[in-house]
Design a binder for this molecule. Structure first.
Ligand code: NDP
Ligand code: BG6
Length: 502
């Protein structure tokens, strides 16, 4: 297929993979490094997607012997017979340095190690690339960012450095802004890659093409034709083991303000001038500015209790049964919110975001429900619905009304179905981190969150979150662990979301 002028523009922005790169993983002794970052780097190595001359350095306070570090790092690699022989050569690219985050010594040793690698591979100074991944808790973000700038930032015209940061980016507008101000004082916006891993998911990356590359979908993507849009995140997993983090955050901060809002932006923004990162992010910002802050009238808030009695399985615990969660916690493990976008395309169309943990199934999808067909020739036909299943089992399907074949005049709702594992059985779908780390290495910021997007996304939720935090009378509705969620959600969808099941 011929590439379009727009994709040419994006390609121009994407620099070829740096031939000489050093990745430093701060917090290398931690969970994210062990479970995500190193396994992803290994996968990229097996695919031949790492730069030719690469060095990976783990950095953290814990003293770990090199052998022990390699064992830890490789514990979560996904291997096959073909990739197993690549483990050892990959591990040879990795070293570990133990040091503090807030004093100079460790960074001086890091710099020595980076420069030694750069000198050994002997590339020209301008092609040197240093990717600094902050896999540390937010309390040390700023310290590491400041120290890295001081010690690890290459001199002018002698290469580039990029900082990769993971959420949470604050708890509300003011804490997030404060964090961004500290980062901005040291690093240019173009040097900061804020990860929202939903932007690396295959179906999320497909949204803009699906909308703007298909004339018929685009023509009907507005208030004249659409009754409501739902973005739904359901997880069977509970918060067990993460109680400390989760109790402070709750589901709105954990997945809604970031992952679901990014999906919402892509689903509702206007056509960008090109696929370049700044054009796309400019349009996202416009949509975020048009969303009014959510009020308490437009939400259902929930927390899971113990599962209902069942003869088949032992009861599953309530959220507050977790040792690290106070018995009186009001933290949210479920939320449904309705919001509106005040612009010409979407005025009056309810957009519902739903997210919950400890539910009956794990599924993330977008449902676009169209308006009813005109009455007269037919009466009360079920509404059309476009469903984009982000996970599991990636698919896109369109519910249409169809005549039952044969002599029957009956109408049946059926799906035009694009299920990826059937249509593209031989094309593996990359993990989100894989896609994003490739982007980091190739210097493409399109799938990362810009500071203004972040601030505006917080502004939509901050008043609601502050009110919930401050008003102790606001209590979540308890729902059974393993259920569909709070009972009042179905009524909420009918009353506030104009949702009709098809
Ligand atoms: P960890 O709690 O495992 O911390 C990572 C490392 O940071 C630890 O091994 C420890 O290393 C150091 N550390 C921990 N607490 C402190 C502290 N109070 N002060 C200084 N250093 C500390 O975090 P994760 O690996 O789980 O996550 C890292 C970042 O990524 C966090 O911001 C997290 O919110 C985010 N994240 C994590 C995800 C995950 O799946 N784990 C998913 C999405 C985001 P040492 O003591 O050796 O220096
Ligand atoms: C993380 C949240 O950002 O996203 C988790 O902190 C959540 O609570 C996870 O489970 C969901 O990601 P995925 O890729 O499994 O849908």
């Amino acid at each position: 297929m011929k590439s379009s002028p727009t994709s040419d523009i994006s390609n121009r922005e994407t620099q070829p993979f740096q031939r000489n790169a050093t990745i430093v993983v701060f917090g290398a002794s931690g969970d994210l490094a062990k479970k995500k970052i190193f396994p992803t780097l290994f996968t990229l190595y097996c695919l031949g997607s790492l730069p030719q001359n690469i060095k990976i350095i783990g950095y953290a306070r814990t003293q770990i012997e090199p052998d022990e570090f390699q064992k830890r790092v490789s514990a979560h690699f996904k291997t096959t017979d073909k990739t197993r022989p690549k483990i050892l050569p990959f591990l040879q690219l990795i070293s570990y340095i133990s040091g503090q985050y807030d004093t100079d010594e460790g960074y001086i040793e890091l710099k020595r190690s980076i420069v030694k690698h750069e000198d050994t591979v002997g590339s020209s100074p301008s092609s040197r690339y240093r990717l600094l991944y902050l896999a540390v808790p937010p309390t040390v973000f700023v310290t590491v960012a400041v120290q890295s700038k001081k010690h690890l930032y290459p001199p002018l015209n002698e290469g580039q450095a990029r900082l990769v940061v993971e959420k949470p980016f604050g708890r509300n507008t003011s804490t997030s802004n404060e964090l961004q101000e500290y980062l901005k004082a040291q690093w240019a916006e173009s040097e900061i890659y804020r990860i929202d891993h939903y932007l690396g998911k295959e179906m999320v990356k497909n949204i803009l093409l699906l909308r703007f590359g298909n004339v018929f979908l685009n023509a009907a993507h507005n208030k004249e034709h659409i009754s409501n849009i739902q973005i739904v995140f359901k997880e069977q997993m509970s918060t067990e083991g993460r109680g400390g983090y989760f109790d402070d955050m709750g589901i709105i901060r954990d997945v809604m303000q970031n992952h679901l809002m990014q999906v919402l932006c892509l689903m509702t923004m206007e056509r960008p001038v090109s696929t370049s990162s700044e054009d796309v992010r400019d349009e996202k910002v416009k949509i975020l500015r048009a969303i009014k802050p959510i009020t308490l009238d437009d939400v259902v808030l929930g927390q899971y209790g113990r599962s209902e009695n069942s003869s088949k399985s032992p009861p599953k615990p309530a959220y507050t049964d977790d040792q690290t969660v106070p018995d009186t916690s009001r933290s949210l493990t479920y939320a449904a919110v309705r919001l509106f976008i005040g612009n010409e395309r979407w005025d009056g169309v309810p957009i519902i975001l739903r997210a919950g943990k400890a539910l009956d199934e794990s599924k993330v999808e977008i449902r676009v429900q169209y308006k009813a067909a005109p009455r007269g020739m037919y009466y009360d036909l079920p509404r059309n619905e476009l469903v984009i299943r982000i996970q599991p089992n990636e698919s896109i399907y369109l519910k249409i009304n169809n005549k039952l074949p044969g002599y029957s005049e009956d109408i049946t709702v059926t799906d035009l179905d694009l299920t990826y594992n059937q249509r593209y059985p031989n094309i593996p779908i990359p993990d989100a981190y894989e896609a994003l780390l490739r982007d980091c290495l190739s210097g493409n910021p399109a799938n990362f969150v810009r500071a203004d997007e972040l601030e505006l996304a917080w502004k939509v939720f901050s008043p609601l979150l502050d009110e919930i935090d401050q008003n102790e009378n606001i209590k979540p509705e308890i729902y059974p662990h393993g259920s569909e969620g709070p009972k009042s959600v179905n009524q909420f969808l009918r009353d506030k979301g104009d949702y009709k099941s098809t």
